[in-house]
Write a protein that binds this ligand. Structure first.
Ligand code: EAX
Length: 326
């Protein structure tokens, strides 16, 4: 071997080992979410981190940024797009502004129960939606869960849409939710979640709606008197990864990320159910007045004109495929 080729071989080997070293270097991923560490999102983040570490031989670990530490959900999703946030666990609230195909899942009274939602989201319909994310510079690893949402307010017990009329209710920054709330006769006020506690405390809005686990985690019982078990809309969640991370992964690593997210999503769903089952009693202890006998049929009827519009906008076949799904 000539001196030159020896030198080149040496340089090549050095470059290769530098690459191997870089690849083997552990990476700590920033995981952001809007709730406390003890919430369903916290449970999911912990499980995701454990699984990922195990499945990548310790190469990938996570650091958690709970309670809006990296901003509201819209900001975190933007962060994932540009790579300043690695992983976001988020409701679908603001996601339709990035990937409009998710909006169909935000329609009130669409999913009958948890099993129905899981069957749709874990099947081809759900996968088709996840597959739309890369076009918008995002990777959706798995559907998670936020839960069925319930209405709270500081003014009065709400049983029917007529009771809710005129209340100023914070909604997520989600056009489908806002339209539906207008239809109930409510004044929808879109607002990012990090501003919500103070807005309720100061009376900027009369109420809000969220799953039991969120109401518990965000301590809304401190600033809200009434809760109606409206269960008016299923609120999915997503585990989103920045494409900046995804694009640097091997195929095996991609599989490890996806599998870890699926296991985390299952843990998230389990915690949502526990909170839904046990949380109402806790909210009562915290002094909330609970309306259990909500006239759901009246709320659903109020939405009929909007459902006709949604049928046009999202496609009747598509909507029926979800509604009639086992
Ligand atoms: O994802 O904004 C909301 O009301 C969400 O449900 C909350 O941030 C949990």
């Amino acid at each position: 071997m000539s001196f030159m080729s020896k030198a080149l071989a040496f340089a090549g080997a050095a470059a290769t080992s530098a690459l191997v070293a870089a690849a083997a270097q552990a990476a700590e991923l920033k995981v952001g979410y809007s709730l406390s560490e003890t919430s369903h999102y916290g449970v999911a983040a912990t499980v995701f981190g454990e699984e990922l570490e195990k499945r990548t031989g310790g190469k990938y670990t996570i650091e958690q940024y709970p309670a809006n530490a990296l901003g509201g959900e819209r900001e975190m999703v933007e962060g994932a797009q540009i790579g300043t946030v690695d992983v976001v666990i988020t409701s679908t609230g603001p996601v339709g502004n990035f990937v409009p195909e998710t909006l169909i899942t935000d329609i009130p009274f669409l999913f009958k129960n948890y099993e129905h939602a899981h069957a749709v989201l874990d099947g081809p319909i759900g996968q088709e939606i996840l597959d739309k994310f890369p076009e918008q510079g995002l990777i959706a690893l798995a559907w998670g869960e936020n839960g069925f949402r319930n209405l709270t307010n500081s003014k009065r017990a709400v049983k029917t849409p007529a009771d809710a009329e005129g209340l100023k209710i914070r909604t997520m920054e989600n056009p489908v939710h806002m339209e539906a709330f207008s239809e109930f006769g409510i004044l929808p006020t879109p607002m990012a979640f990090p501003e919500l506690f103070t807005a309720l405390q100061q009376g900027t809005v009369d109420g809000q709606e969220n799953p039991i686990g969120v109401i518990l985690s965000a301590k809304f019982s401190e600033v809200q008197k009434h809760i109606s078990l409206t269960n008016h809309v299923y609120s999915p969640a997503l585990i989103i990864l920045s494409p900046v991370v995804w694009d640097g992964l091997s195929d095996d690593e991609k599989a490890a990320f996806t599998e870890s997210a699926r296991i985390a999503a299952a843990a998230m769903r389990k915690k949502v159910r526990e909170d839904a089952d046990n949380g109402v009693a806790i909210l009562k202890e915290q002094g909330m007045e609970v309306v259990e006998e909500v006239d759901r049929a009246a709320f659903e009827t109020a939405l009929e004109p909007l459902m006709a519009k949604y049928s046009e906008r999202f496609g009747k076949d598509r909507l029926d495929a979800i509604i009639n799904h086992d």
